[in-house]
Ligand binder design. Structure first.
Ligand code: BGC
Length: 715
């Protein structure tokens, strides 16, 4: 299909239609009946609806085929609709929530999960997924932290790249792949005070070094679409922000795919107070480089008038339409408007065993063991256990943004443990530790208590921010209750955000199980019973007090650095709490014990084109095989702009057999030691760099290197 020629055959209305995205019900409902509902509110009519370019949300191949057929039978130009949906961490096979996926530090599994999501989606008539979400978040109050890969630009970038590649493969037109839409551009995760949709006000230095790299990683991996965010950057909503969309995305990063707004976000610039009405919003959107408008109708209802009044050139509209047509072509829709949608294949592959097995493997690798005093875990098959707490019987392990998944198909923890022949007593789940005499008898008869605590799956996600990230008092009472009975206490934490766990530290063990998807409890029981060794590490810092927020490991030194545990007035510290996280970024225990030694660097001095190798030996000093995640952090000791005291630069998840040693090699290029100035130019300055290697962001040995030259420096 020659899309440039096709463009020439379209009327202006038809071109503008390609830039509109509507939910599927517009095409299914009887429009004449609906004329008083949404259709009227958006000032739409049948003609405009059947000129729309794409659909938001779809459930199955049958629905897609019905809509596409109906659309094509009514549209003059016969350009197929494109179907997009939020397949964020699973279609029907639900994988762990993205925050948990990041805790696996296993990017190859994230790719596999994305491949499966793509296959299930494409077969069900979806050609574009609104994923990955790569907003860096340093604030656990923000409910959408659950959808993110955490606080670190490097880790998030690795997952960003891995998922985009998994979704898209080498050919997005294939029946096994979908186009990926990275979101939300940009810095949505920096919403002030963690309140969703709130103002974002970050420095350009932080924008380029902290917030932008994970989107850039997606662009470099060939992502086909970019979704704008709801927030402002420099007081201009991202959806109409020329600096973001033109200067950075299109010019600096050479992105030539589709830019799509978030839900209604073009219309919402009126509420932001930067446009008087939808017409001004349309003007600002098209001028800034926004192609598709999702779920609002500023373009559809106003672009034509703006062109007729010579306020907008038709060339701008043509550029946007060409981007949309190119994506349709890449997806193979011109050859076959139903490409991929397959009712028969759907019933064979959706939620098949093979897919569920990958979901389980990823779930197992995502679980983080936070505490394990006196090796209370793994559980002991000769002991009796009882599971208490609000989530004791839960099957709701899919988490936010898993709309196509079905919690009722999931297994409970007790069912999963019983298949492993564990001795369990049954008590109904409850919000408070208040029990009948009979229940008390059962509880007392147990040797140890498992507490299923946390928050409900819909307490995190979009528009689900919280001011208090302490677990509810009643849940802490469960720990007190269990300890008052002198029982070893194992806490399972179901959640979508970091919690302040300071008051839970009386528990003997804490296992962080997030929301792990379709096979959550099979994975959790494998870990609990020791059939799988825990290997996840935190992708985000867990504060010891809510007042520490925002808290992140890659901080600056400040001019008055505080030394942990040393009281010195007029240094940067709190009178009433320690500065450090309760559980730091990169932290997670194993049933094995890993010892680090022999840290070496291959060179003492380098030039800008050089590379060098850092090696370290890791010994598994235990009887159990397992993964460790070896982490390498860097500090640029002296630079024009202040640099963080440590920043993740490499990591490797490595399987180490019991009582054996492996040598880990990190190859680093001088170029990797650079950073961005506030204009987004990469600086590489000479001087000394310190490398810290260890099993979390707080345990290491270090070596140094000197960079002798620079490429570009700030002074
Ligand atoms: C969310 C996006 C999502 C879109 C479409 C918005 O409210 O912010 O993440 O992709 O809806 O469902």
């Amino acid at each position: 299909m020659d899309i440039k020629n096709l463009l020439k055959t379209l009327t202006l209305d038809e071109k503008i239609g390609q830039l509109m995205q509507l939910p599927p019900f517009f095409f299914i409902e009887d429009i004449d009946v609906e004329i008083f509902g949404q259709v009227k509110a958006l000032n739409l009519n049948k003609k405009k609806i059947f000129e729309a370019g794409s659909v938001l949300g779809n459930n199955n191949a049958e629905q897609m085929i019905e809509i596409q057929k109906k659309y094509l039978s009514q549209s003059r130009h016969k350009i197929p609709l494109m179907f997009m949906a939020d397949v964020v961490h699973g279609f029907k096979t639900t994988f762990p929530v993205p925050l948990a996926i990041a805790a696996s530090w296993q990017t190859s599994l994230a790719t596999k999960a994305a491949q499966i999501q793509a296959k299930e989606s494409r077969t069900s008539g979806i050609q574009v997924t609104f994923s990955p979400m790569v907003d860096i978040s340093r604030d656990p109050r923000w409910g959408r932290i659950v959808e993110s890969f955490g606080e670190d630009p490097y880790l998030a970038s690795k997952f960003s790249e891995a998922t985009v590649k998994g979704y898209q493969g080498d050919d997005v037109s294939s029946d096994d792949h979908v186009a990926s839409c990275v979101k939300h551009f940009a810095a949505y995760g920096a919403s002030e005070a963690g309140r969703d949709y709130n103002t974002v006000d970050v420095s350009h230095y932080a924008l380029h070094n902290i917030y932008l790299p994970s989107y850039k990683a997606a662009v470099d991996a060939g992502v086909k679409l970019v979704m704008t965010s709801f927030n402002t950057i420099d007081a201009i909503p991202a959806t109409v922000n020329k600096y973001l969309l033109k200067d950075i995305l299109k010019e600096q990063w050479k992105f030539n795919g589709v830019v799509i707004s978030d839900y209604d976000s073009l219309h919402q610039i009126v509420a932001h107070g930067v446009a008087k009405n939808d017409k001004e919003a349309a003007f600002r959107g098209i001028e800034a480089g926004l192609d598709i408008e999702m779920a609002s109708t500023c373009y559809t209802n106003n672009l034509k008038a703006l062109i007729n009044e010579n306020k907008v050139t038709e060339k701008l509209v043509d550029e946007a339409v060409l981007n949309v047509l190119k994506l349709k072509k890449d997806l193979g829709l011109f050859e076959d408007p139903f490409k991929g949608a397959n009712i028969e294949r759907q019933s064979k592959i959706i939620r098949c065993e093979q897919h569920l097995d990958v979901a389980q493997q990823l779930a197992e690798e995502s679980i983080v063991l936070l505490k394990n005093d006196e090796q209370v875990l793994p559980l002991n098959k000769t002991l009796n256990y009882v599971i208490l707490g609000p989530y004791a019987e839960t099957k709701k392990t899919n988490g936010a943004w898993a709309g196509h998944g079905d919690n009722s198909l999931n297994t409970t923890l007790s069912d999963a443990l019983i298949t492993k022949n564990m001795h369990l007593a049954f008590i109904k789940s409850s919000k408070k530790p208040i029990y009948t005499d009979e229940e008390m008898k059962k509880i007392k008869a147990a040797d140890q208590i498992i507490l299923a605590l946390g928050e409900d799956e819909y307490e995190s996600g979009e528009a689900h921010s919280k001011v208090d990230i302490q677990l509810p008092r009643q849940q802490e009472e469960f720990v007190d209750f269990s300890k008052s009975l002198n029982k070893k206490t194992i806490v399972l934490l179901y959640h979508g955000r970091p919690f302040v766990l300071t008051n839970m530290m009386k528990a003997d063990a804490i296992l962080d199980v997030f929301y792990l998807g379709s096979r959550a409890h099979q994975a959790i029981s494998n870990i609990l019973c020791g059939d799988v060794n825990p290997s996840g590490k935190l992708p985000v810092s867990y504060p010891r007090h809510g007042g520490l927020i925002p808290l992140y490991y890659n901080q600056f030194s400040t001019g008055r650095p505080h030394e942990k545990g040393v009281y010195s007035e007029y240094t940067s510290f709190y009178l009433d709490e320690e500065n450090e996280a309760l559980f730091p970024f990169g932290f997670g225990l194993s049933y094995a014990r890993f010892m680090y030694s022999n840290l070496k660097i291959s060179k003492q001095e380098i030039n800008v084109k050089d590379d060098f190798i850092i090696t370290v030996d890791v010994y598994n000093d235990s009887d159990m095989d397992g993964y460790d995640i070896v982490q390498c952090y860097v500090q640029d000791l002296v630079s024009y702009y202040a640099r963080p005291t440590k920043e993740l630069i490499r990591f490797e998840k490595v399987w180490i057999k019991a009582h054996t040693k492996v040598t880990i090699k990190f190859k680093i290029f001088a170029f990797d030691l650079g950073y961005y100035d506030p204009k987004g130019l990469r600086l590489l300055e000479p001087g000394e760099f310190k490398f810290m290697v260890g099993s979390s962001s707080e345990t290491f040995d270090s070596v140094s290197i000197k960079l002798l030259e620079d490429t570009h420096h700030a002074y």
